[in-house]
Design a protein around this ligand. Structure first.
Ligand code: ANZ
Ligand code: ZN
Length: 519
């Protein structure tokens, strides 16, 4: 290629197409599977094929490309691949809006965006391009799922989702607008359905510890965010024995980080889904209606945190583990079923949420920590003050524990209650196991079979991949796979009886989690 005259201005449109054609013809960025000498693998996050590139893509892929070219100039063999993280909800939304199959929409977007990316002249080995929505890729995702399942690292349990009673479908949090379904406008309910979980909490401590091994270059805020996300919390479980065994036999266990405040407990609060709440509601229509009310609305933790405090007494009581006094059991909407044991010992004097709740419902407030070195005179039970929540103080109004510090009280309580099996130390993580089931069509089919006799059975490896049919146009009323017997009718790999294939698909973040290992 020759350029006949030297133009003082860089003419991208005159120069680049020629150069790029030449690169492509000579496959200059192609990398063999094995290579000698120094080599490097540089991977940028794959784009989602949303339709068109935006400047964020340009910036992102330029950074990876600069690094790749730098190392190539130093004589290293550099693999820079590109692909498409191609399952996900936008394709289904487009299907509903324009009556087009998600597969068709996705592959058209890929074709367009690939052209755009190529015009940027990235030093990518395009021969290795793939899309995560193809069976060639998700075959191995299903294989991985089966291995993890067999190792006990995937399990199934009920979990709560947003349910649209008109569209008869599960909604993602972003499809809930002001408590209503985005399409139907119906009031969203909560519903419990079985889902698969990755047991990531088994690795919580390891994840936390290994943050310390990340060296220079990691911004402190990022490390802090990660630590908070893992959220290690050290506290104790305390048991409140049932005071009405004829009505409710089980003892109530709570998780607390503030065992030192035990003598300040004036009520205990359970989540609306807690077995004790359900039991109390059995013959009590008012409670039942209240629990129903709590089931309405979003399941997002952020929404719950700012929601107005709601509560109702169950009529049940438990015994205070130290004094034996009867403590009322309330249902409160600020208690999460998914954290700790779904129950809290409420200490209104030292916990802001309990304080607000107690003031609203006229429950007792008893100061047991003196953080100011002053006496009760400074304590007002109608106006929350920052120092009420402090751990730095000494115990007051706490009988035998008076005068102790936080740590001394913690130790004294364990020494007293552990032999009676009423308390034990406990480490708790914020991190949840990862629920990966989605009641959606455009995703990787979960390779499981539901048999009435054998339960959940993984699809045998030689039958993988379970292929997702691609000629489907969802209409927004539930997962179309549920209406396709040709997809879900199968036989049990164990006993041969008629069985039903799982129609849920995997969260698209499962694809994103492992393509780094694809090369
Ligand atoms: C009594 C208490 C007194 C508490 C006090 C705090 C201050 P972290 O640090 O995030 O682990 N809690 C426990 N389980 C809960 C649930 N399922 N839903 C909502 N809140 C729950 O928080 C632990 C504290 O959060 C626990 O300590 C408990 O309230 C509350 F002055 O127990 B605490
Ligand atoms: Zn079977």
């Amino acid at each position: 290629m020759t350029i006949s005259h030297i133009d003082p201005e860089y003419q991208a449109s005159a120069i680049e197409p020629n150069v790029q054609q030449d690169w492509e013809a000579r496959k200059v960025f192609k990398v063999a599977d094995t290579c000698e000498g120094k080599h490097r693998y540089i991977l940028s996050m794959f784009p989602y094929p949303s339709g068109r590139l935006h400047m964020g893509h340009v910036r992102n892929y330029t950074i990876g490309d600069v690094i790749s070219r730098f190392h190539r100039l130093k004589g290293e063999t550099v693999l820079q691949p590109m692909g498409w993280d191609a399952f996900g909800l936008p394709a289904e939304n487009a299907a509903i809006a324009h009556q087009v199959a998600p597969a068709k929409w996705t592959f058209e977007n890929i074709a367009y965006m690939r052209d755009q990316l190529k015009k940027l002249g990235l030093s990518v080995d395009w021969d290795r391009e793939f899309a995560t929505c193809t069976p060639e890729y998700y075959h191995w995702e299903q294989w991985l799922f089966v291995q993890l399942y067999k190792k006990g690292l995937i399990y199934r349990k009920l979990s709560t989702v947003n349910w649209d009673p008109v569209d008869q479908t599960v909604l993602a949090n972003e499809q809930v607008e002001n408590g209503r379904g985005w399409r139907s406008g119906a009031l969203v309910e909560k519903r419990d359905i079985p889902m698969y979980y990755f047991r990531i909490t088994d690795y919580a401590q390891e994840l936390l510890d290994d943050l310390d091994t990340l060296k220079e270059g990691w911004p402190q805020q990022v490390l802090t965010m990660q630590r908070n996300w893992i959220g290690r919390s050290q506290g104790m479980e305390i048991t409140f024995p049932s005071a009405n065994p004829e009505l409710y036999a089980d003892d109530l266990t709570v998780y607390t980080t503030r065992g030192d405040t035990l003598m300040g407990v004036t009520y205990v609060a359970v989540a609306a889904e807690h077995p004790m709440a359900l039991q109390a509601a059995e013959n009590n229509p008012t409670l039942k209606a209240f629990i129903e009310e709590c089931r309405m609305g979003s399941v997002a933790e952020a929404d719950l945190a700012v929601a107005e405090k709601k509560g109702m007494a169950t009529g049940l009581f438990v015994k205070h583990p130290v004094t034996g006094e009867a403590v009322p059991v309330w249902i409160a909407n600020y208690v999460l079923m998914s954290y700790g044991s779904g129950a809290v010992m409420a200490v209104p004097a030292h916990d802001e949420r309990d304080f607000e709740f107690a003031n609203k419902f006229g429950l007792n407030i008893k100061q047991v920590i003196d953080a100011k070195g002053a006496d009760d005179a400074e304590f007002s039970s109608t106006q929350w003050q920052e120092w009420y929540g402090s751990k730095e103080g000494i115990l007051v109004n706490s009988a035998e524990f008076d005068g102790l510090t936080f740590q001394a009280a913690f130790d004294a309580l364990i020494a007293k209650l552990e032999p009676q099996q009423l308390a034990n130390t406990k480490v708790q993580f914020r991190l949840r196991d990862w629920g990966v089931s989605r009641q959606r069509y455009w995703g990787c089919p979960i390779p499981m079979i539901n048999c009435e006799t054998c339960g959940q059975v993984p699809v045998p490896e030689e039958q993988l991949p379970v292929i997702l049919p691609t000629d489907v146009v969802p209409d927004g009323s539930g997962n179309p796979l549920n209406k396709m017997p040709e997809f879900y009718q199968t036989s049990c790999p164990c006993c041969g009886a008629d069985a039903r294939r799982e129609t849920d698909t995997l969260d698209t973040f499962v694809e994103s989690s492992w393509y780094y290992a694809r090369y």
